[in-house]
Structure formats: structure tokens, C-alpha cells
Design a binder for this molecule. Structure first.
Ligand SMILES: Nc1ncnc2c1ncn2[C@@H]1O[C@H](COP(=O)(O)OP(=O)(O)OP(=O)(O)O)[C@@H](O)[C@H]1O
Ligand SMILES: [Mg+2]
Length: 278
């Protein structure tokens, strides 16, 4: 049982048992976040070492070319990048430099026009959509710039969605959805549709959904853009904890200096090219 799973246990002493009841009584976000902060702080302060022998994700001479009428537009130009298990990789670059395009390729949402993308040493570049979908479902949690919540499903149903394909036990899946919504401070909004949530709350549902199947890789595209500072500090801590304590590989597009501070490496993109990595 990893510490994220432990946190789902009502009697684990991580703020979800008797303390959890206290939390429910006090629904103020600030109190909730302080409590989660303590939960994060109380985890063993040992960083799971990165595995640097072979890359978890490898992009080899990757191009993404969009056809716009008669004109070809190269959104990514000959990208070579190795990403290792346990990295907290920040992608930086001006608007239009190819950051979201890069994340979509890493996340098997799109295929390169030229070049190869390897995940766990497997070349995904030639796979069929059904195979890509299976890999995405097992390995990758997405936090999109535009949330991509299903408007006709409530918060809990949105979080349950990725588990419907993976989890045979409906009761366990529901418990996890309830727990994840609690983790992002939305226990009282389970039944709300996305249209009945604030922008920050929608983003938190999207984050809960990204953790649904406990994926080893989390891709986040400007996840803190629409959040107030309290909420995004919490989200940042959660991502950082998932990285340092559970060894999840995080790849995040952000301009927030506080996030960049946590990076194991920073990839700078400009005009579809990697300008530098540091
Ligand atoms: N489907 C598409 N068809 C044509 N051009 C596209 C398509 N998707 C993206 N582009 C172009 O590719 C370039 C890179 O887009 P991308 O969304 O990756 O940028 P970004 O770095 O994520 O920008 P932002 O910071 O504004 O989100 C842009 O110039 C964009 O107009
Ligand atoms: Mg983008």
C-alpha cells in the first residue's frame, strides 16, 4: 500500500479518521489545506531515487507537422529528449512554442509526424488508437489546460470515468473517487456538474480524475493557471509529494517559479525546438 492509498484508509492517522470527521465539520478550504499540508509533511521525508539507467520516455528526432491548407507548419522540430522515472520535469517556453503539442505526444494522445516516441522502451509511434488508449489508461494521468471534464457527468462520475475501464470492482472504484475528491477538498461537491463548479474546483476535479488509476506518469499542462494561491499551493504540494514520496514521474508545463524550484530538470522550448535543458 503506498502512501496515497494509505490516505484513503479512514484509520491511518493521516488526517482521514477522526481528524477527517473534524475536517468535514469545518469545510473551510484553508483548514482543509492546512490539514493536507500536515499529511504531506508527515510522510517519510525520503525522496524515492530517480532511475537513470534507461529512460522511461524517449523522444527520438520527433517532428510534429500540421497541414494548414497548402502550408506545412512544424509545431515541433527534431525533438530529442530522454525522461527518467521519478523526474519532475518542467517544460517552459513562450505561447505557441509547442509545449502542449509535446505533452500530447508524451501522453500518447497524438503521434509524431516523423521520429519515434518510446514509452518503457516500447515504440508507440506506430500503434493503433485502441492500443494507445490502453497505454494511456494504465500509465498516464492528464491534467489539461482546459480540464476536459465531461459536462453531463457530476464531479464524482468524472473522477470515476478512468476507473470504469480498469477497475472491476465498482465499490472500490467509487470509494477511491470519494477519497480523491476528499483529497482535493471537494467532498461536498461530489454531485455537482462541472457547470455548477467554480473554475478552480473544476481543475481540482480534473486533478482527482488524473489520479484515479494511480498512474506512474502525470502530465500537467499549466495546472495552476486558474487557481487561487491557496489552492494552487496545495496542488503543487500534492504533485511534489506524488513525485518525491511515491516516485511518480511528473511532466509539467508551468511558468510558476515555485513549481520550477522543485524541478529535477527544465526543458526550454522555443519555436518548436529545445533551446536548452538545465
Ligand atoms: N491542430 C493544429 N493545427 C494547426 N496548428 C496547430 C494545431 N495545434 C497547435 N498548432 C500550432 O502549433 C504551435 C504550438 O502549439 P501549442 O499548443 O503546442 O503551443 P503552447 O506552447 O502549448 O502554447 P500556450 O502556452 O499558448 O499553450 C502553435 O503555433 C499552434 O498554433
Ligand atoms: Mg499550451
Amino acid at each position: 500500500m503506498n502512501s496515497l492509498d494509505k490516505a484513503a484508509n479512514p484509520n491511518d492517522g493521516y488526517g482521514n479518521g477522526s481528524e477527517g470527521n473534524k475536517l468535514e465539520k469545518n469545510t473551510k478550504d484553508k483548514t482543509y489545506f492546512n490539514s493536507v499540508h500536515n499529511y504531506i509533511e508527515s510522510s517519510a521525508a525520503v525522496r524515492i531515487p530517480q532511475k537513470v539507467d534507461k529512460p522511461l520516455i524517449k523522444l527520438k528526432d520527433v517532428w510534429k507537422i500540421y497541414q494548414m491548407g497548402d502550408v506545412d507548419f512544424a509545431a515541433l522540430k527534431c525533438i530529442n529528449l530522454d525522461i527518467f522515472e521519478g523526474e519532475f520535469l518542467v517544460v517552459l517556453g513562450p505561447s505557441g512554442s509547442g509545449k502542449s503539442t509535446l505533452l500530447n505526444l508524451i501522453g500518447c494522445l497524438d503521434l509524431p509526424s516523423k521520429g519515434d516516441v518510446f514509452l518503457d522502451s516500447k515504440d508507440i509511434s506506430g500503434l493503433k488508437e485502441s492500443e494507445l488508449a490502453r497505454i494511456r489508461g494504465q500509465k498516464i494521468g492528464f491534467i489539461f489546460q482546459s480540464f476536459n471534464l465531461i459536462p453531463t457527468l457530476n464531479a464524482q462520475e468524472n473522477v470515476l470515468l478512468p476507473m470504469e475501464f480498469q477497475e472491476d470492482n465498482a465499490r472500490k472504484a467509487k470509494e477511491r473517487a470519494v477519497y480523491l475528491l476528499e483529497l482535493v477538498g471537494l467532498s461536498d461537491k461530489k454531485q455537482n456538474l462541472p457547470s455548477q463548479l467554480s473554475v478552480g474546483q473544476r481543475q481540482r476535479v480534473a486533478i482527482a480524475r488524473s489520479l484515479a488509476v494511480n498512474p506512474p506518469i502525470i502530465l500537467a499542462d499549466e495546472p495552476t493557471g486558474n487557481l487561487d494561491s491557496n489552492t494552487w499551493h496545495y496542488i503543487l504540494e500534492l504533485l511534489y509529494k506524488l513525485n518525491t514520496k511515491e516516485g511518480k514521474t511528473i511532466i509539467i508545463v508551468t511558468h510558476e517559479l515555485e513549481v520550477i524550484k522543485h524541478a529535477t530538470r527544465i526543458v526550454y522550448l522555443k519555436d518548436g525546438k529545445i533551446e536548452k535543458i538545465e
